[in-house]
Design a protein around this ligand. Structure first.
Ligand SMILES: Cc1ncc(COP(=O)(O)O)c(C=O)c1O
Length: 278
């Protein structure tokens, strides 16, 4: 549910108002970029890092660079208007109509209520083939709104009785989920696919890498075969801004017991997010 809406050049707008023109290339060609982040006690977690990623994504999609100060002002305006402590903040930056200007849209939405029950239960993932985003024109590391293939993968996983998809490439190398980064643990080593695979550089992934050491884990990043993960991992979980650290209790036919790392990292992430200046 949208709680507040703000738009570049307009400020606060009624959340039911149309704000994108029908000839905006965001609609016709999916040429827009976006960010989703969590708001903890009224403060967006790592807003400046998300804005920097929005700028990088805009460059890859070929959209004029957004004015990050204006988007930040709009974000604070929308959050003030929504008047909620915990929320999801979504920022969109469109290509705009032909010869027209890009549009920046800031939405404040409620945190989906399926997340905490799913965290308590753990999720089951289905591995699905995805081309490795090995070049800029395949939108490597880019958060564009051309996510229909990601959503179709999630639908496919659900249709087959799983909770979500996990992408691996044609060589069987593990990549990421449709909207998450993937992690697993063997002993005290946490592993996650490396950014050189063209996956999204998740801000939650970055925060967990910072936190792991203080919890006694070391982190390895790289190219890992799904077969080896299914054979060797003792625990698995995903990370994303809105879902945070989500335990994984199965990948394909392999089941995983709930382990300590996901729970410890989730607690540490909440503590970090509650600390000023992170
Ligand atoms: C493809 C993909 N990978 C990973 C993530 C996790 O990124 P973050 O932790 O910044 O939310 C997302 C977030 O939506 C995503 O879309």
């Amino acid at each position: 549910m949208t709680l507040a809406l703000a738009v570049t050049g307009r400020g606060l707008v009624d959340p039911t108002e149309p704000v994108i023109r029908a000839d905006d290339d965001a609609l016709g060609r999916g040429r827009a970029v976006f960010e989703t982040l969590r708001v903890y006690a009224g403060v967006p977690f790592r807003l400046s890092q998300h804005l920097e990623r929005l700028v990088r994504s805009s460059a890859v999609v070929g959209i004029r660079q957004p004015d990050v100060d204006e988007l930040e002002r709009l974000a604070m305006l929308a959050l003030g208007s929504a008047g909620v402590h915990d929320a999801a903040l979504r920022l969109y930056w469109t290509a705009g109509p032909p010869a027209g200007d890009p549009v920046g849209v800031v939405l404040v939405a409620a945190i989906p209520d399926w997340i905490e029950p799913a965290r308590a239960r753990g999720q089951r993932l289905l591995s699905l083939l995805s081309p490795r985003r090995s070049a800029p024109w395949l939108l490597a590391g880019t958060k564009s709104t051309s996510y229909a293939a990601h959503m179709a993968a999630e639908m496919e996983a659900k249709a087959r009785g799983f909770d979500d998809a996990l992408f691996d490439d044609a060589d069987g190398v593990v990549l990421e989920g449709p909207v998450t980064n993937i992690w697993w643990r063997a002993g005290s080593t946490l592993s996650t696919p490396g950014l050189e695979l063209g996956i999204l550089a998740g801000e939650t992934r970055a925060a967990l890498i910072e936190l792991a050491g203080s919890l006694g884990y070391d982190v390895t990043e790289g190219a890992f075969m799904l077969d080896a993960v299914l054979r060797d991992a003792e625990e698995a979980f995903t990370s994303s801004s809105v879902r945070e650290v989500m335990p994984v209790v199965g990948i394909d036919e392999r089941t995983f017991a709930r382990g300590p790392a996901a729970a410890e990292l989730q607690t540490a992430l909440r503590q970090l997010a509650g600390s000023p200046g992170v």
